[in-house]
Design a protein around this ligand. Structure first.
Ligand code: ADP
Length: 283
């Protein structure tokens, strides 16, 4: 049976962003993991149980006033598999403990506000795992690539984002940032699958195709994100996503690591357990 020892090094180390060149990334690699797809899927099933238990502890502590939370930030190009992570990784935990938010093109209302306004509204409450499918990083990615605001405006955002995340961490949120990458070839394959299958047409947007032409500009923008916002308190993890099984396993491990770091015990009962047992036996 596959064991946690299938990892040759901790996932946080295997995926660390320090020194990564986005343009040189091998998106079909499985950093730190020694097994194949079968071993990965088997391990994922086991580790999902642990993730679920840890999440329940977080939730239970939240119910008892603990304000700590975890925020998973998923950033990636179309077809990188953000939705699959949400379904397969986050889907293995109790939905009442998850605050999920997806960030698309800002609404007219959102446009009236600072770009962090809509982000702040969706931050996880104490005891919750927050999941951002896209995030404030769009404001230095798509916005930079398409020059939706002038360079002196987006240029200031990196420092601002660092400050924002510093405060978030100081207030008790563990921030797990994951930059997801597929190769252009893999993206083409996935887009073609969407076109081939009527049940996947809803996922396809002709705009996805147009965005492929901007891939070098996106690579540059992602590089700047990694160079300028990879802080020690909220580090980036660079996730090769050509193998979906690996991406899902790796994010599961990242969340387990984040939750274990909180060293959560089950909250103490606020009532006399023995007395309650006696009363219940008589009831
Ligand atoms: P998805 O493609 O993830 O299923 P949507 O189609 O609803 O979701 O929205 C994603 C699109 O919204 C992407 O093209 C993304 O670049 C864009 N987007 C997200 N945030 C912003 C932003 N702040 N400014 C402009 N476009 C944005």
């Amino acid at each position: 049976m596959a064991k946690a020892t299938s990892w040759s090094k901790p996932v946080t180390k295997a995926l660390r962003a320090d020194g990564v060149r986005v343009s040189d990334l091998n998106t079909s690699a499985t950093p730190g993991f020694k097994g194949d797809k079968r071993a990965g899927e088997q391990l994922l099933a086991e580790r999902a149980d642990l993730l679920s238990e840890l999440q329940e502890r977080l939730y239970a502590n939240g119910r008892h006033g603990d304000n700590r939370s975890v925020l998973l930030v998923l950033q990636g190009m179309d077809t990188a598999g953000k939705g699959g992570i949400v379904r397969h990784v986050i889907g293995s935990v109790d939905p009442q403990g998850v605050d999920h938010a997806a960030f698309g093109v800002p609404t007219p209302e959102e446009r009236k506000h600072h770009y962090l306004w809509r982000i702040r509204k969706q931050l996880p409450r104490g005891g919750q795992i927050g999941v951002f499918d896209r995030s404030h990083y769009e404001d230095v990615l798509v916005v930079r690539v398409h020059e939706l605001v002038p360079p002196d405006v987006w240029g200031k955002r990196y420092d601002e984002i660092n400050k924002f995340e510093r405060k978030l961490v100081d207030d008790g949120t563990v921030v797990v940032k994951v930059a997801m990458f597929v190769s252009l070839d893999e993206q083409k394959k996935r887009l073609m699958q969407r076109l081939d299958r009527p049940d996947k047409h809803w996922k396809y947007s002709p705009n996805d195709l147009a965005e492929r032409a901007y891939w070098p500009a996106y690579q540059e923008a992602y590089q700047a994100v990694l160079d300028r916002t990879n802080t020690e308190y909220a580090p980036w993890h660079v996730l090769p996503c050509d193998h979906k099984w690996y991406a899902r396993l790796a994010v599961t491990e990242l969340l387990i690591d984040a939750l274990q770091g909180l060293k959560l015990d089950w909250p103490q009962a606020t009532f006399d357990v023995e007395a309650e047992k006696k009363k219940l036996a008589r009831a």
